[in-house]
Design a protein around this ligand. Structure first.
Ligand SMILES: Nc1ncnc2c1ncn2[C@@H]1O[C@H](COP(=O)(O)OP(=O)(O)OP(=O)(O)O)[C@@H](O)[C@H]1O
Length: 238
């Protein structure tokens, strides 16, 4: 990979509530394509996205994010009490678009996620899956250089999941670097070129998707991928 990575985390450590959560975490996210961040519950995937987005400051280590606009789609979406269209328009307020351009982009974004007919409806009354699609429409409308996605299809039905996956793939083809947190390994295989496996706040393995999913080297990655639950061995030992 010759281009500068979109994100480079080097030896990042962070304690929260007195507990170490990230432990000298090292991660490279290439400037192009989709990188998936996988690993067991509580491994620190969401915290890592928050560190990258500047919402959490690490105790030590270096965080480098290449310049450019970024968009973050959270596991639970924060929407304002206004129409779906207003929620997208608000995100575009700082881009300096003309009123007409903004209106067109909002309409295109809503249509792209199958919500064109709901533009005037109150966003906070949308179902969980509709809110998630709206959050993605908002991210798409921003044309970000970097897109951070935290389990973006966790509450979506199969049709909506396909819409979101198409949109993410299209953004990646268009030059957006995507970092995707997902437990859906089929989705990871469909979308990602690169996979990093996180375990207890550290990257235990990173490489091409095929290698990581089908021939993982580390016992931690193998255990996660085969669905071995760590607490069953704790229970057996006690
Ligand atoms: N603000 C906080 N204060 C204290 N602990 C926190 C805070 N935020 C996260 N944690 C802890 O950090 C650990 C990692 O959380 P994180 O949400 O990053 O996990 P994850 O890998 O995304 O897991 P999941 O797959 O369940 O979403 C968890 O044990 C969580 O309880």
């Amino acid at each position: 990979m010759s281009a500068e990575p979109a994100i480079r985390l080097d030896g990042v450590s962070l304690a929260l509530g007195g507990r170490p959560i990230l432990d000298r975490l090292t991660l490279d996210v290439p400037a192009r394509g989709v990188t998936a961040l996988i690993g067991p519950n509580g491994a620190g995937k969401s915290v890592t996205l928050r560190v990258i987005d500047g919402l959490l400051r690490p105790d030590s280590g270096a965080v480098r994010v290449s310049p450019g606009r970024s968009a973050f789609v959270f596991q639970r979406t924060a929407l304002v009490r206004a129409s779906a269209a207003a929620n997208v328009a608000l995100a575009l307020a700082s881009l300096g678009l003309s009123r007409r351009e903004r209106g067109e982009r909002v309409a295109a974004a809503l249509a792209r996620v199958g919500l064109g007919h709901r533009a005037g409806d109150a966003a906070t009354r949308f179902s969980g899956g509709e809110q998630q699609r709206l959050a993605l429409a908002r991210a798409w409308a921003l044309r970000p250089a970097l897109l951070l996605l935290d389990e973006p299809t966790a509450s979506l039905d199969p049709g909506a999941t396909a819409i979101v996956e198409d949109l993410v793939a299209e953004m990646a083809r268009g030059g957006t670097a995507v970092l995707l947190v997902s437990h859906n390994l089929g989705q990871v295989a469909r979308l990602a070129e690169t996979v990093a496996v996180l375990e207890a706040g550290r990257t235990v393995e990173q490489g091409p998707t095929r290698t990581i999913l089908f021939s993982p080297r580390t016992p931690e990655a193998r255990a996660y991928l085969t669905g071995e639950l760590p607490w069953t061995s704790f229970a057996a030992a006690s």
